[in-house]
Design a protein around this ligand. Structure first.
Ligand code: SME
Length: 151
């Protein structure tokens, strides 16, 4: 399924007020993991109140021990500080990287902003090397904007 076809489905999930925020976030993870071949682990991290750390939210994929990530640590922690997308074509080439699974070859993290504040992020791991393009970035920015707007 292509990204343009996924957008209305993402919108339908976030606007379903019969479900809790966590249920809707998990549904987004399930949709993305099932629909995009190169998305093998899909999850959300959110800032822990005013603390400079991220807490793992809903996700789909292999269980991870990294439920808490300090700001600055790993790809996720760096995005918490930089406020910018981070596309990693080859995780083996990154010094500041937290490995979750040996099958992971690439990662993309896109921040979520609410009123200009970076409150969390979507994190995607891929078992394919160098799979992400600008189309992934634009699509995931759309997903994050939908989460920000509706939840
Ligand atoms: N690889 C991430 C850690 C989170 S896992 O991918 C689920 C990082 O370096 O921040």
């Amino acid at each position: 399924m292509n990204f343009e076809e996924l957008k209305p489905q993402v919108n339908a999930i976030v606007t379903n007020t019969n479900k809790t925020d966590d249920e809707r976030l998990l549904e987004i993870c399930e949709l993305l993991e099932a629909s995009v071949k190169h998305y093998n682990w899909v999850g959300f991290y959110f800032r822990n109140g005013k603390k400079e750390e991220l807490i793992l939210g809903p996700y789909v994929g292999e269980p991870t021990e990294h439920n808490v990530i300090p700001f600055g640590k790993g790809i996720c922690g760096q995005v918490a500080v930089s406020n910018e997308n981070f596309v990693v074509p080859d995780v083996a080439a990154q010094d500041n990287y937290i490995a979750c699974s040996i099958t992971v070859k690439a990662e993309i993290v896109v921040p979520i902003f609410v009123n200009g504040a970076n409150i969390g992020q979507i994190d995607i791991d891929s078992n394919t090397q160098d799979p992400f393009s600008e189309a992934d970035e634009r699509f995931l920015e759309f997903v994050c904007a939908q989460v920000s707007k509706h939840m």
